[in-house]
Design a protein around this ligand. Sequence first.
Ligand SMILES: [Cu+2]
Length: 177
Amino acid sequence: MASAPAASAHDELVSSNPRTNERFSSAPSSVALRFSAPLLKIGNEIRVVDAASTNWVRGEAVLARETLTQPLSPDLPPGEYQVRWRVVSSDGHAINGSYSFLVGAGSRSGSIPAPGPATKATSGPADAVQPGADVPAQASALPGWAVAAVIGAIGGVAPYLLWGFVGRVRKSTRSGD
Ligand SMILES: [Cu+2]
């Protein structure tokens, strides 16, 4: 049998800057991730955390087709940083992953545990987790099925909302005559 076509597969991370376990003498100013196909423009997130779970990103991630770029705070102090990404693949599925890079000579890779599966139910968004609380950052992240459900809901409801909006505009235009 021929191998199955790749059309139905999730997209994959094909390259990154920084690379996995790359070591910098001076801190990088951004993280750029390139995927195997253009991402959907929804729910894409890159976090860059240190061993204390501080997130060092600054501003919004910028999506350009298959490349998602996240600016970082200037002058990251020496240490290990873990890039934790979650994006929505071109087939509508959420995919995620993580890898580390190093700033300065002293640190070693592997001291930051990789995010595990999202098993804990949480009552608030990720940013509501108290600093210093012993909760993995990804525990409150939306699971993939939830992201897919939101996309499905938006896609299913949008035409009706648009229809209703157009209808109201038409009515108000007529009554204004
Ligand atoms: Cu998929």
